[in-house]
Write a protein that binds this ligand. Structure first.
Ligand SMILES: [Zn+2]
Length: 270
């Protein structure tokens, strides 16, 4: 296992997903000392811009490392998370959509045409869904608690145009865990990936779907995260030359987060 030194994302990289107006707003509100982002429930501090640019830049650096072959897999230990942020709106603790920026960067810089984003955070990745809603280059597969924050992610939301059928939502009620979620990955993601044939696999790895998280009511265990990781590694090896990047999203029980990440990394690096 090696550690890559990330860079702060450039304006050009953030613009792959976000609008000029939104970036200007984020900069202005942080500079003005606001304590929350006006577009959504996201706490701010004077160092939030530095953290948000580092988070997005870390995923960009991981894409470079994995695509150029310096490592087959990477885990981005970043905060703030990103999957709730859309082009014009940060929300749900997310300022910039780190994984969406990474996907767009892989497409633009490295001509990766088909990317799988699998999201096992307990909350629906509404921002990622919105960014790739009619894109066609991304298969977005999301398991999440429903009804729950942010309210989106019904099975009927499937994308439009070139992306019709490439948004695959798997809403499950509170209390769901291994039997529902591993089954969805095995029975829905594996065939969807076989037909889409991703050239790169990205994971929105939120660990608030772990049992005991204060912001979620799923019951996944560390062993379940290890098995989900194995399943995505198999997809990556089968279709994407083993190229897989995992990006931290939620996870709010600090001890539980550490244990789940450890189980995940054990398989990624194994
Ligand atoms: Zn979450």
């Amino acid at each position: 296992m090696s550690v890559i030194t990330p860079h702060a994302a450039t304006e050009e990289e953030i613009l792959l997903v976000h609008s000029t107006d939104y970036i200007r707003k984020v900069r202005a509100e942080i500079a003005a000392g606001r304590q929350t982002l006006s577009t959504g429930d996201t706490e701010l501090s004077r160092d939030s811009l530095t953290a948000a640019l580092a988070a997005a830049g870390t995923v960009v650096s991981a894409v470079d490392a994995v695509i150029t072959g310096s490592t087959p897999t990477a885990f981005c230990a970043v905060r703030p998370p990103g999957h709730h942020a859309s082009a014009n709106r940060g929300m749900g603790f997310c300022i910039f959509n780190n994984i969406a920026i990474g996907a767009r960067y892989a497409a633009k810089r490295h001509r990766v045409n088909r990317i799988l984003i699998a999201d096992w955070d307990v909350h629906h990745g509404n921002g990622t869904q919105e960014v790739f809603w009619s894109d066609g280059s991304v298969l977005f597969f999301d398991v999440h608690q429903h009804p729950w924050y942010p309210g989106t992610g019904s099975a009927a939301e499937q994308g439009e145009g070139k992306a019709r059928g490439l948004i695959v939502n798997n809403p499950f009620p509170a209390g769901s865990g291994r039997s529902e979620i591993l089954k969805a990955f095995r029975e829905r993601l594996v065939p969807a990936a076989a037909s889409f044939k991703p050239e790169l696999v990205l994971i929105s790895a939120g660990f608030d779907s772990r049992a005991g998280d204060p912001l979620g009511q799923f019951t996944l265990t560390d062993q379940d995260f290890a098995e989900l990781t194995d399943l995505l590694l198999v997809i990556a090896r089968e279709h994407a030359g083993g190229r897989l990047i995992s990006v931290l999203e939620g996870g709010y029980a600090i001890d539980g987060l550490a244990r789940a990440v450890s189980a995940h990394l054990g398989r990624l690096a194994g």
